[in-house]
Design a protein around this ligand. Structure first.
Ligand SMILES: [Zn+2]
Length: 355
């Protein structure tokens, strides 16, 4: 190989940049940087880091033949450039290069290594044999911009209590809207963290943002509701999504989080006549977590109800099921106005069918 005084390069993708940036900006605290082999082992064995819940080790182990060659050649103290799409996006000072087991890693993240699981497949494709640890700096404006937007909104309304809601708004419907309004009753500011996935999807982030923004600007007190992108990287794709969402939201400055009771990861159960959820097992989450009953439209009550607040049976109830709403939109059909505001449906339809 040709010797050069230039830094060696490691090639990473946008998803890695966003993940590194989240840690750098304190959004994954207690984790603030890449783990060495010793810390990684400890976290994977205990699901704890510095005395707080954290579900798996935070690693950079990029795939690729060139990366493997570079990683094998690195020594402690070397300066390495982080490159994405021919552009240097950061630097790392090597502390340690160590081997990882990609299968064990995906099992830790997704609870399975079954390659038919889309998350497993995509993470396995991105994982290499070696991880690199060390102090790093990464350039990525989005997370900083979100922090700033939230800080400005807090200052503007002098918010003392701030609620975070993570949603993909795929599509945003009246059930979401009711959740947001309820949150506004109890707190000064609502931050909608709009998931920004790193895989291909049929309703792009831009359309979803436009629809939520329209709702906020036209039907909600817009100084008390803001929308920020949520960097929904592989970190949040597995079985520990709720813990990581909570960690991120808390670190973004929220003191309350709303989750729909139908969330798959909640694991609700009864113990000594109390409803418990997975949140009772987390250490370090100090926010209050509001598990909200899901709204349905009752065609006898003619309004939004919850199962608890309406005497009519389920045969009267129409669910705000995002998938079926999305199916209607994909077929070019305007969903019923009781489920989605027609102006909002029109935004999705006109962008999904530009002709
Ligand atoms: Zn009813």
């Amino acid at each position: 190989m040709v010797s050069t005084r230039k830094n060696k390069s490691i090639f990473i993708d946008k998803e890695a940049i966003a993940s590194l940036s989240l840690a750098q900006e304190g959004i994954l605290s207690p984790v603030t940087g890449l783990m060495n082999s010793k810390d990684a082992k400890k976290v994977d064995a205990s699901n704890m880091y510095n005395g707080k819940s954290f579900p798996f080790s935070f690693l950079l182990a990029p795939n690729g033949k060139r990366n493997k060659e570079v990683l094998e050649s690195l020594q402690k103290g070397d300066e390495v450039s982080l490159v994405e799409n021919h552009k240097i996006v950061g630097h790392i000072e090597v502390e340690e290069i160590f081997e990882i087991d990609p299968i064990k890693r995906v099992e830790k993240i997704y609870g399975t290594s079954d390659a038919t699981h889309p998350g497993v497949a995509s993470t396995l494709a991105r994982l290499g044999k070696y991880a690199i640890s060390g102090k790093y700096e990464i350039e990525f404006e989005d997370v900083k911009a979100s922090k700033q937007k939230i800080a400005e909104a807090i200052a503007k309304v002098e918010a003392k209590h701030i609620t975070g809601i993570v949603t993909a708004a795929r599509p945003i419907n009246r059930g979401h809207e009711r959740l947001i309004r309820l949150a506004l009753e109890k707190t000064d500011l609502v931050v909608i963290f709009l998931s920004k996935p790193y895989s291909e999807e049929n309703v792009p982030y831009g359309i979803r943002y436009e629809a939520v923004d329209y709702l906020v600007k036209n039907f909600l007190p817009s100084d008390r509701v803001i929308v920020v992108p949520f960097e929904n990287t592989y970190l949040f794709a597995g079985t520990n999504e709720l813990l990581l969402d909570a960690i991120a939201i808390q670190n973004f400055g929220c003191d309350r989080m709303v989750i729909g009771s139908n969330h798959a990861g909640l694991g609700m159960f009864f113990e000594s006549h109390e409803i418990k959820s997975i949140f009772d097992s987390f250490v370090g989450i100090n926010m209050s977590v509001d598990i909200s009953s899901m709204f349905v439209y009752c065609n006898a009550c003619k309004t939004l109800v919850t199962q608890k607040s309406c005497p009519h049976g389920m045969h009267h109830h129409i669910n705000y099921n995002s998938e079926s709403l999305l199916d209607l939109l994909k077929n070019g059909i305007l969903p019923p106005a009781i489920l989605m505001r027609k102006e909002i449906s029109s935004i999705y339809l006109s962008r999904m069918f530009p002709n």
